[in-house]
Design a protein around this ligand. Structure first.
Ligand SMILES: Nc1ncnc2c1ncn2[C@@H]1O[C@H](COP(=O)(O)OP(=O)(O)OP(=O)(O)O)[C@@H](O)[C@H]1O
Ligand SMILES: [Mg+2]
Length: 390
């Protein structure tokens, strides 16, 4: 998965990596969860809603979210429409209101899952939307768990009991079982998406350009991705100016970028930082993308030269035991203690880091044990649990 701030080169890096993978003989699919489809533009070819062959071993897919939308959301939506209608909202306005934000990306993720599970591909490359949307999306499956475990069953029972009464009295249509079924199905599907995306064979590559503002955002993104349990395996520094020439403008940029790059190397270590030069023209079309990727991945260490391997990155979550405790250890690179909050709610941990929250269901081993301490050690948050049961 490739993500990063808007315009830094996510689509180009995704398309380039797919090109490199195909050239190495991997059967490769590249698709986008970004509603603004620009993958086909990067390849300078047409691509459809189904995987379209654009070269040997290389397929591009522009996910047709409208089609899946009709299938998955139609029940939820028609319920919402009937509610809005009953309270007097203009039908056209209601149509607008029921276009759920992020629905397109969610549906694109379902397609990613289907393609990964189809067994048809050696490598699936995902061109993600800019950071903020991607994070919201990646947090969704687990966030829904909470609602599904706590609120949903009660709501369903309540609605079942009240439907005959309320439907008549208030004139508000109560959701039918079909609606609940649709929510349940969606939840199960998103849980499956999370499994695919947090698999040890999956990783995120964080794309940035060597500018202070972009790097600051990338640092926060790395922390948030880890918070949600996703593995980042490399940083891609794109649009790096080649060595300084004669003129002052260029010397200025080269010096400024060099300073930022040094900081990137230091702060993202031990992640590999792969540099891609600012090219003389837009890397568009298979030949240009291939050249882009060759330069990008020429910086790979000699012992892991395959751009399709998971390159590095800490284990997102581990449990170990000491003499008198269990330790749940979560990767949280670049996290700031002052921006962190940890609470326990029954058998869940509620962990907030810099405004992002994760509701983490504790593994069964720890669910009934008392927390005896928490410590940010280097890039990991270690939470201690009593060895003895209360
Ligand atoms: N190394 C490079 N040298 C020259 N041009 C580049 C380089 N990398 C990307 N570009 C160009 O920069 C523009 C933005 O790149 P791209 O579309 O890959 O960014 P993005 O992060 O996907 O943007 P968005 O956030 O809009 O999806 C494109 O025109 C692309 O061809
Ligand atoms: Mg893009």
């Amino acid at each position: 998965m490739f993500t990063g701030k808007g315009g830094v080169g996510k689509t180009t890096a995704a398309a380039g990596t797919a090109t490199a993978a195909a050239a190495r003989g991997y059967k490769t699919l590249v698709l986008s969860t970004d509603a603004a489809h620009s993958l086909a533009d990067a390849f300078a070819q047409e691509a459809g809603g189904d995987p379209t062959e654009v070269g040997p071993n290389l397929y591009v897919q522009q996910v047709d979210t409208q089609r899946t939308f009709e299938r998955t959301w139609v029940e939820i939506r028609s319920y919402l429409l009937s509610v809005l209608d009953s309270v007097g909202v203009d039908p056209i306005e209601a149509e607008e209101l029921t276009v759920l934000p992020g629905a397109e990306e969610v549906l694109a993720l379902l397609e990613v899952r289907d393609q990964v599970r189809s067994g048809r591909w050696d490598v699936v490359v995902v061109d993600c939307a800019p950071t903020a949307e991607t994070l919201r999306l990646l947090a969704l499956p687990e966030a829904l768990n909470w609602y599904m475990d706590r609120v949903f069953p009660a709501e369903r029972r309540l609605v079942r009991a009240l439907r005959p009464v309320l439907g008549k009295v208030a004139g508000v249509p109560m959701p039918r079982d079909k609606v609940f079924d649709a929510v349940e199905r969606l939840h199960a599907e998103l849980a499956a998406v999370r499994l695919v995306l947090t698999d040890p064979g999956a990783s995120v590559r964080l794309v940035l350009t060597p500018e202070a503002v972009v790097v600051a955002e990338a640092r926060r993104t790395l922390t948030s991705l880890a918070l949600y349990g996703y593995r980042t395996d490399a940083v891609i520094a794109n649009r790096v100016f080649p060595q300084a020439g004669a003129d002052e403008w260029r010397r200025g940029w080269v010096a400024a970028q060099a300073a930022v790059l040094a900081e990137v190397e230091a702060s993202f270590a031990p992640l590999p930082v792969l540099c891609s030069p600012y090219r003389a023209c837009e890397p568009v079309g298979p030949a240009q993308l291939g050249a882009f990727a060759d330069e990008l991945y020429s910086g790979l260490p000699a012992d892991t030269p395959d751009p399709c391997a998971v390159l590095a990155g800490a284990e997102p979550m581990t449990v170990r035991h000491t003499e008198d405790s269990y330790v749940l250890s979560l990767a949280l690179p670049l996290a700031d203690k002052r921006e962190m909050d940890l609470r326990r709610k029954g058998d869940e941990l509620v962990l907030t880091v810099a405004g992002h929250r994760r509701q983490l269901a504790l593994p069964a081993l720890l669910a009934r044990r008392a927390i005896i301490g928490a410590n940010l050690v280097g890039d990991r948050l270690d939470i201690g649990f009593a060895r003895d049961l209360p």
